[in-house]
Write a protein of this length. Structure first.
Length: 167
């Protein structure tokens, strides 16, 4: 497995990662499949936006030539008072889960974050996503809050957790 920065040539496969995840039952992304409509051109523009920002990265995990997962780390805001805070988003393909890919992506991002001037890294995670929460806790993230009934999932409402790690 290789962790590397996303490239424009990854656009179609990055779209596939999210599209696949959105079709999973009990998915933990607050987006309906029909709401995800990025074209390869739009995805390449997103890649360019992050890769051209010295304070952001879009990492991918490549396993035997296929993208197994992706992670973005970027500023939470452009305001100077929040310049020390980064936010992370991550997706790992179902077939590659529980193989250390999420840990490798997160570890790479956390090692890089201080070099970009970050002192705090935060993320949001569905309260039902116990595997992800366990990984985040193992990597030093702490629970900071719960947004109760924040996500609508059919006729149910789910809690969303804020977790953060100080660097």
């Amino acid at each position: 497995m290789i962790i590397r920065d996303a490239a424009n040539s990854d656009a179609r496969e990055l779209i596939a990662i999210i599209s696949e995840a959105l079709r999973e039952p009990g998915i933990n992304i607050p987006l309906a499949p029909d709401e995800f409509t990025f074209t390869p051109e739009e995805e390449r523009a997103r890649i360019e936006e992050l890769t051209s920002n010295p304070r952001a990265r879009w990492l991918v995990a490549e396993d035997a030539g296929a993208l197994a997962g992706e992670l973005t780390i970027k500023p939470v805001s452009t305001r100077r008072a929040l310049a020390h805070v980064a936010v992370i988003g991550m997706t790992v393909r179902a077939a590659f889960r529980r193989r250390g890919i999420g840990r490798a992506l997160l570890s790479t991002a956390l090692d890089w974050a201080p070099t970009a001037g970050y002192r705090r890294v935060e993320l949001l995670v569905y309260a039902r996503n116990t595997a992800a929460i366990a990984l985040y806790e193992q990597l030093g993230f702490e629970h900071e809050g719960c947004r109760r009934a924040y996500i609508r999932d059919g006729d149910s409402y789910l809690d969303d957790l804020l977790m953060a790690r100080l660097l």
